[in-house]
Design a protein around this ligand. Structure first.
Ligand code: NAD
Ligand code: SER
Length: 318
């Protein structure tokens, strides 16, 4: 929770989560107290004091923190699972070095609180795939997952050794209508809505029965703000919390879309992302998030599908 004279910096604010998080935090704290930043200026200009920032430039980051009197950082810049496999060394560099820059600001007491998201990608093919527990075998097989698992350990280490107030969630695949996804394996579950409305059909890059943990973006943004607002003593896990919303396959979501668009058809042409999806859990046990800071999802699959179709239809007719 911000108090007087405190401010938020969002790094990677132009992405799928950043656009929605910036809007929601601005509603709570006012535009002038939320500073979005990214590699380039946003297409839609808001009242927020936007900054161009390369998250790999620690000096520029420090200057922005000082210039605005930043106290809280949401660090979202990363290369996701599918893009990361195409460019593994840079994915590792971006995902790790940018995190160190932010953690070091916490260690030096320049900022008070850090949010950094982890992912279901921390799990791997040897992890139990149903109702995956918080603590279990973790052998991620993507560079993205390896960087998220390492990031979790670093966050916990900075908390224990240096008292840095780090908070994190292992997001499932996120689905929203206000922003486009940025190179992940779960992106099909957003693309499918756009194609269903535009063309009435969709070719899925995952096979029909590939179930994965997913969540409506509104739930994910609410979870992010709730974990940041929770009293510090309630945050027992300083690596990252499992978080569950819905679990479904391309076949399941297509069947739900068909209830609204009866002529909708889906075909399947799995590509390299299938192997990534096959290494991830099908469903997640998030008992710790529920117990420690009161997490509860609002969206099930029917509600998510209806919400996506109604809002995307409205967008296209305005
Ligand atoms: P995204 O790819 O949509 O957005 C990332 C943003 O970071 C982009 O706007 C990009 O321009 C920016 N960026 C890239 N390199 C940068 C750099 N060097 N400096 C500054 N900005 C840079 O990603 P997202 O989906 O919004 O994800 C945000 C975070 O949430 C990531 O850490 C991701 O791993 C995590 N996450 C996302 C999902 C999901 O389903 N979207 C699921 C699990 C975890
Ligand atoms: N949605 C993300 C991805 O597919 C999960 O972290 O990469």
């Amino acid at each position: 929770m911000l108090t007087k004279n405190e401010k938020i910096l969002i790094i990677g604010a132009g992405g799928q989560i950043g656009i929605e998080l910036t809007a929601e935090l601005s509603k709570i704290y006012g535009h002038k107290n939320v500073v979005p930043s990214d590699l380039k200026a946003p297409a839609v200009i808001t009242e927020n004091p936007f900054e161009i920032l390369d998250a790999l430039d620690g000096k520029a980051l420090f200057e922005i923190v000082k210039k605005h009197g930043i106290t809280h950082v949401y660090h979202l810049a990363a290369m996701l699972s599918a893009t990361g496999e195409q460019n593994p060394m840079f994915a590792w560099k971006l995902n790790m070095e940018s995190l160190f820059h932010v953690l070091d600001l916490g260690k030096e007491k320049h900022i008070k609180q850090i949010y950094w998201p982890s992912s279901i990608a921390v799990f791997g093919p040897t992890t139990p795939r149903e109702n995956t527990p918080q603590y279990t075998v973790m052998e991620p097989s993507t560079i993205y997952g390896i960087s998220k698992q390492a990031g979790e350990r670093w966050c916990e280490w900075y908390f224990k050794k240096h008292g840095v107030d780090t908070r994190s969630i292992r997001y499932p695949g996120l689905i929203g209508w206000k922003s486009a996804p940025g190179g992940g394996t779960t992106d099909y579950a957003v693309h499918i809505f756009h194609e269903a409305l535009k063309k009435g059909n969709y070719e899925s890059f995952l096979s029909e029965n590939t179930a994965l943990p997913m969540m409506h973006m509104e739930d994910a943004i609410r979870a992010t703000i709730e974990i940041m607002h929770a009293p510090s003593e309630n945050i027992k896990i300083r690596g990252a919390y499992n978080l569950s919303g819905i679990s479904f396959s391309p076949k399941d979501i297509a069947a739900e879309i068909k209830k609204h668009i009866p002529d909708f058809t889906i075909s399947y042409k799995p590509d390299f992302r299938q192997a990534i999806a096959d290494s991830w859990p099908k469903s997640i046990n998030d008992a710790d998030a529920r117990k420690d800071w009161g997490w509860k999802e609002h969206y099930d699959l029917p509600k998510l599908v209806e919400n996506m179709l109604v809002n995307l239809k409205n967008l296209k007719t305005v």
